[in-house]
Design a protein around this ligand. Structure first.
Ligand code: ZN
Length: 276
């Protein structure tokens, strides 16, 4: 691939559509098609690849996103650091709509998604990924988290530093009982797309961190009718401009040279495959 990038942003067209000189690049992967083309552009002197997580027409529900293809495509394009914004529900009343939270932990409550590249199934090139077990105690790149936090503070949008993102299967929202249970664990926010993105990124030795925007209070934290999709879209629409500003600022704050350890996640392991 001639067009290369170093930083990936997984998010919708609201983030890249107004950039100058955006190049659309189609990437094929051993895992099938990514959600869409990559859209490559330049920001703060860095080459950035944007990937619309749900497809540019937003036609893919969270459980049907080809997460393996998405992360593989980004790596194949040269990306080594990924910023992953996502809309979430607040599980605690103190995290109401408009809260920007940079999680430091994750709980996986998804059910049907392929979570690994190392499953023993041969790739089209004949190589066979071995079974490997990676450390995942701290699921996010700390350098990426700090870049997002610093960018938000600089913008004047005080972020919440840390908290647990609970990822549910969707596409439905939680029942009130599920939501109350999640909240009772002390978890901060709930979403549908932050996993298995995070672990797949680790398996490809990519830096990955999430930047969550609270669009609603989840069913267990509010006393009304529960979450509606319209409400989520409205709050997201109201905040997408400043979320984009923070993201773009964060891109420029990512270290040019990685020394965070994410790039050594597979060191010493015989994976059986060669990463792109
Ligand atoms: Zn890292």
């Amino acid at each position: 691939m001639s067009e290369q990038a170093e930083i990936g942003v997984i998010g919708g067209s609201g983030f890249y559509s107004f950039l100058d000189d955006v190049t659309e690049v189609t990437v094929e992967t051993p895992y099938g098609e990514p959600s869409d083309s990559l859209f490559l552009g330049e920001l703060a002197g860095r080459r950035v690849a944007f990937l619309p997580r749900h497809g540019r027409k937003h036609h893919l529900p969270p459980h049907r996103i080809n997460y393996r293809a998405n992360l593989w495509a980004l790596r194949a394009a040269g990306v080594r650091q990924v910023l992953a914004p996502c809309a979430v529900g607040g599980l605690q009343t103190k995290y109401g709509p408009g809260t920007l939270l940079v999680p430091d932990q994750l709980v996986d409550r998804t059910k049907s998604r392929v979570q690994t590249y190392y499953d023993g199934h041969p790739l089209p090139d004949g190589s066979v990924p071995h079974v490997v077990h990676l450390g995942f105690a701290d699921p996010y790149c700390e350098a990426g988290r700090q870049a997002s936090l610093a960018a938000a503070r600089e913008y004047g949008w005080e972020p919440v530093d840390g908290g647990t993102l609970c990822v549910i299967e969707g596409p439905r929202f939680s029942t009130r009982a599920e939501s109350q249970w999640h909240a009772a664990q002390g978890w901060a926010v709930v979403g549908m797309t932050g996993h298995p993105e995070a672990v797949l990124a680790r398996e490809l030795e990519l830096c990955y961190s999430s930047l969550t925007l609270v669009t609603d209070l989840d069913a267990g934290a509010e006393t009304g009718e529960g979450v509606s999709h319209e409400e989520v879209l409205r709050v997201f629409g109201e905040n997408v401009g400043r979320l984009r500003e923070v993201l773009f600022n964060a891109v420029g704050k990512l270290p040019a040279k990685r020394d965070c350890g994410c790039g050594n996640a597979l060191t010493g392991l015989d994976t059986g495959i060669t990463l792109p």
